[in-house]
Design a protein around this ligand. Structure first.
Ligand code: NAG
Ligand code: NAG
Ligand code: NAG
Length: 451
């Protein structure tokens, strides 16, 4: 949206008004019913956002629908609203919605529309991170595993046509048609759409790819919503992460010098609102390492500094929740770092969804800048003791393997080649007594559970 002259912005507004006429009856139930137009734009002259023509700043929080049971969605969103937060940020997880190629799932915990509608009912606007890649410490960063079945050599997150083919179908035919009616201009809660995710941290620097994504989104939903990118607060991240005509924002945690971090953002966005799209109240965990925590006072201090600068801030995470099943991902530091099932994140709402001490400390900071809604913060949920659960051994892995599907091949097959999304594959082979040549193929058996 960067260099667009004011006149085309007015045009975009007029176009945005047209669907509103048709929706007049529907929009009447929204809190902003008094305003004649629903618009959300960047006011470059005054370094701020404008919502319905009025200055607007958000303090938002990340809650991922795919990490919280739908029965708890409203409770968690309400608790966030009651802390003075006025926006929700979430990723869209491609793998959740297209678990197998061409098989789409938007039901239950994957009902994006339902989640965003509850957010709107709870008086939160939405910042949606479309992907297609998201990271988020999820298996394969949210990519469907079957991409690598289509082409094992696929260059993910690039302009490789064998990759873009599937991204195009997902965005154009499935995701964007769901997103469009939920846009703010169309009576829904979504004010902003993120393209890719911290792309500047990826070794590739493929501008053809990121520009393609931008054009794909604009073709699908129009020029109305504010498009943005998020990258670490370093010049080298933004250099590859920034997409022309897409608003560049940064992310950083507590203890960072916020003024310095925003100076980096200013190198790429000389004007417009300051935005931290991922402000960390805690941190993610890895197996074998103690739970990461960050002191509430430290988180409160940097939040206060950013809000005093008039910045808009998203807290990542406000409520982390749980990576159920095999959905947790991993990182690669000096060694492979697997993430556990818990995504507690030492966030203001615990993994169980309860307000923590940090919740109250941060609520006080937000309350200095945004009105706290009247009423009581919902209490912690009641807990139940399930007693002792005893487990008895039923057999060894190899005994179990006999009950599962078996594939025999000359070389070991990958999960993707076997069309196994996740879980366990047992590889078995019998080595000849005397190996004549190391290049001699041996016959492998792969045994796996497709359930
Ligand atoms: C998603 O939730 C909405 C209610 O918000 C419902 O109307 C719709 O049927 C649900 N979709 C699916 C696929 O279950
Ligand atoms: C924040 O916004 C207010 C109101 O527009 C303005 O008076 C103030 O100077 C701004 N502060 C900073 C640090 O930009
Ligand atoms: C929040 O602010 C109120 C009023 O200043 C104060 O009484 C309370 O102790 C504060 N709570 C926390 C957790 O800092």
């Amino acid at each position: 949206m960067g260099g667009r002259p004011p006149s085309s912005r007015v045009m975009a507004l007029l176009v945005a008004l047209l669907p509103l006429v048709a929706l007049a009856g529907v929009t009447a139930k929204h809190p902003d019913k008094g305003s004649q137009e629903r618009s959300f734009v960047i006011d470059y002259d005054n370094n701020q956002f404008l919502k319905d023509g009025r200055p607007f700043r958000y303090v938002s929080g990340s809650i991922h629908y795919f990490r919280v049971l739908p029965s708890e969605w409203r409770d968690r969103l309400r608790k966030m609203r009651m802390a003075g937060f006025n926006a929700l940020q979430t990723y869209v997880e491609w793998a959740s919605h297209e678990p197998e190629y061409g098989m789409y799932d938007f039901s239950g915990m994957r009902n994006l529309t339902h989640f965003l509608t509850i957010a709107q009912e709870e008086d939160l606007v939405v910042i949606l991170r479309l992907g297609p890649y998201m990271d988020a410490e999820r298996d394969m960063g949210g990519f469907p595993y079957w991409l690598l079945n289509k082409n094992p050599d696929m260059r993910l997150r690039s302009s490789d046509p064998t990759y873009l083919k599937y991204v195009d179908i997902w965005f154009r035919d499935v995701l964007l048609p769901i997103v469009k009616p939920l846009l703010y201009e169309n009576g829904g809660p979504i004010i902003m759409l993120q393209v890719e995710n911290e792309y500047g941290s990826y070794p590739d620097c493929d501008f053809a790819y990121t520009s393609h994504l931008r054009d794909l989104v604009v073709a699908g939903v129009g020029k109305g919503p504010v498009l943005f990118t998020t990258d670490g607060d370093g010049k080298n991240y933004l250099k590859c992460g920034k997409i022309p005509e897409v608003y560049a924002t940064v992310d950083f945690g507590s203890g960072t010098n916020a003024i310095k971090a925003f100076e980096i953002m200013r190198l790429f966005e000389p004007r417009g609102p300051l935005v931290n799209s991922e402000y960390y109240p805690g941190w993610l965990d890895h197996w074998g390492v103690p739970h990461n925590t960050v002191k509430a006072e430290v988180v409160a201090k940097t939040l206060d500094v950013m809000l005093a600068l008039n910045a808009s801030v998203n807290m990542y995470m406000f409520h982390g929740g749980t990576s159920f099943g095999f959905t947790a991902g991993s990182n690669l530091g000096n060694r492979f770092q697997a993430c556990p099932t818990s995504y507690d994140y030492d966030a203001p709402l615990s993994e169980a969804g309860d307000p923590t001490e940090k919740y109250w400390v941060l609520r006080n900071v937000t309350g200095k800048y945004l009105p706290l809604p009247p009423g009581e913060v919902p209490p912690a949920s009641p807990k139940f003791g399930y007693g002792k659960v005893s487990l008895a051994p039923t057999g060894s892995v190899f005994q179990m393997a006999d009950l599962l599907q078996k594939v025999t091949n000359k070389w070991p097959l990958t999960f993707e080649e076997l069309l196994v999304p996740n879980g366990i594959v047992v590889y078995q082979t019998v080595l000849p007594f005397r190996i004549v040549s190391s290049s001699l193929p041996v016959v492998y058996e792969c045994v796996y559970n497709t359930g």
